[in-house]
Design a protein around this ligand. Sequence first.
Ligand SMILES: CC(C)(COP(=O)(O)OP(=O)(O)OC[C@H]1O[C@@H](n2cnc3c(N)ncnc32)[C@H](O)[C@@H]1OP(=O)(O)O)[C@@H](O)C(=O)NCCC(=O)NCCS
Length: 158
Amino acid sequence: MDIRLLPMALKDLDEVMSIEKQSHVSPWTIGNFTDSLHAGYWAYSLRQLAVDDEARDPLLGYCVLMPVLEELQLLNITIAPDFQRRGLARKILRVIEDAAQSKSFTDIFLEVRVSNLPAISLYQTIGYHEVGRRKDYYPLPNGQREDALLMKKSLVNE
Ligand SMILES: CC(C)(COP(=O)(O)OP(=O)(O)OC[C@H]1O[C@@H](n2cnc3c(N)ncnc32)[C@H](O)[C@@H]1OP(=O)(O)O)[C@@H](O)C(=O)NCCC(=O)NCCS
């Protein structure tokens, strides 16, 4: 599959929102994405190159990271349901890590729901480890709350 990672743009957001709503317990709003773009966060869209010249390259996934001094915080990474388990999230994160290292960022942090086993498994397989837990951090649809795991990957060769 021919794919490319491009800076996310406002024109991507209809497709982004369609995937976002299918993928998360508490989806981001379109405002969360526009605020991230306007703030200059790292935001990328992963597209498949369309076979048909007339067709628009379909959106496969996206990510948003917030730079804070020498660290990046992974705020959102999502792969469209039909394209999961093909190594795409791992590929996106590898590209992000290479770019971050070349700009001398030292670490990537993220928060993830304790129930989100696919995401936790992804992060563990690519070298993130747990550095903390935030109790009752995320709302659940039933009105209860669940903890967040705080995970980190160092980009500095120790
Ligand atoms: C989490 C998510 C981004 C993973 O994307 P993906 O492209 O399917 O992940 P990859 O194919 O790159 O998976 C890499 C590794 O992560 C682990 N993994 C990914 N999905 C998994 C699943 N459903 N169950 C168990 N392990 C999984 C596996 O170790 C996998 O390697 P393998 O396929 O060789 O076994 C995707 O499931 C998703 O978009 N989920 C909904 C949104 C979300 O929860 N985002 C994260 C919020 S913190």
